[in-house]
Design a binder for this molecule. Structure first.
Ligand code: PAF
Length: 279
């Protein structure tokens, strides 16, 4: 597997790949790869002739005081995993290959970026949309793969791709969970053993709330009770726990399909997110 850090060599490598392979899949990541990322890679490999994974810890999607400096960086281990999985290329650009001197462009997607993580992390989705648009233009894949774990991010990227005429497929891949139900995330590495034990309250509480909503219960009362439950289960702050239309992400006060329950909550210094379908 070639590891490429500059755009010129990337273009040459892509030209080579395209001589024999028609369908190129892109899996954008920020590294610190876990089984959830590897599931994205496996899905891409099952649907494409060649797969390129990008690893770039994108500074513009981190707000002031967030974990940009602490974000886990494990490129050697990541590269070994990707090589063993049979990935063709690893695109690991330096910061100037994404944001060259004088970079002055911002991709901002209104509507789906508002509220939820967009409310508690102002500017986050501009950073995501901008870097993903760059990666799409640099790689020009036939398909790009993103985890449903970052559900709002997936909605922002789908909207951005439609609006900017990126014609390749955007594939959402279901969340991979630990055996107890906690969604896999690079940020789970920050949890102490005690916090890791408590963190399972997030998917458990969400499952219970989703069941109650699906059974016709009072949405506001169910969500209030679920937030209170999280706050006595080890979480000290709930950024949001909301029922939204699964396609448009518009707020939902009367249950109708398709619906998605989305949450973000803090345990210790770690902010966890999750989302599940409500049926
Ligand atoms: O989901 C992520 O890892 C990142 O937000 C992404 C899509 C790679 C953009 O930096």
């Amino acid at each position: 597997m070639q590891i490429i850090r500059e755009f010129g060599p990337l273009r040459d490598a892509l030209k080579n790949v395209r001589q024999t392979k028609n369908i190129l899949g892109l899996v954008p990541t920020m590294g610190a790869l876990h089984a959830g990322h590897m599931h994205l890679v496996e899905t891409a490999m099952s649907r494409c002739d060649a797969v390129i994974v990008s690893i770039f810890v994108n500074p513009t999607q981190f707000g002031a005081g967030e974990d940009l400096d602490a974000y886990p960086r494990k490129e050697a281990e990541d590269a070994a995993l990707l090589e063993a999985a049979g990935v063709d290329l690893l695109w690991a650009p330096t910061v100037d290959q994404i944001y060259p001197e004088g970079f002055a462009t911002n991709v901002s997607v209104s509507g789906v970026s508002a509220g939820l993580c967009g409310g508690s992390r102002p500017g986050h989705f501009d950073g995501v949309a901008t870097v993903v648009a760059k990666l799409f233009n640099q790689v020009r894949p036939e398909a790009a793969f993103f985890g449903e774990k970052d559900y709002q991010q997936l909605a922002v990227i789908r909207r951005m791709a439609r609006d900017l005429d990126f014609t390749h497929d955007i594939i959402g891949v279901p969340t991979v969970r630990d055996t107890d139900g906690l969604a896999l995330s690079s940020r789970n590495a920050y949890l102490t053993p005690q916090q890791r034990g408590q963190a399972v309250a997030l998917p458990e509480t969400m499952q219970a709330a989703a069941g109650a909503i699906g059974n016709g219960g009072d949405i506001a009362a169910i969500l209030d009770a679920a937030k209170a439950k999280l706050l006595v289960s080890g979480f000290h702050k709930v950024d949001y726990l909301e029922l939204r239309n699964a396609d448009t992400l518009e707020n939902m006060t009367v249950f109708a399909n398709p619906a998605r329950l989305l949450a973000a909550a803090h345990i210790g210094s770690t902010r966890l997110i999750d989302n599940i379908a409500v049926a």
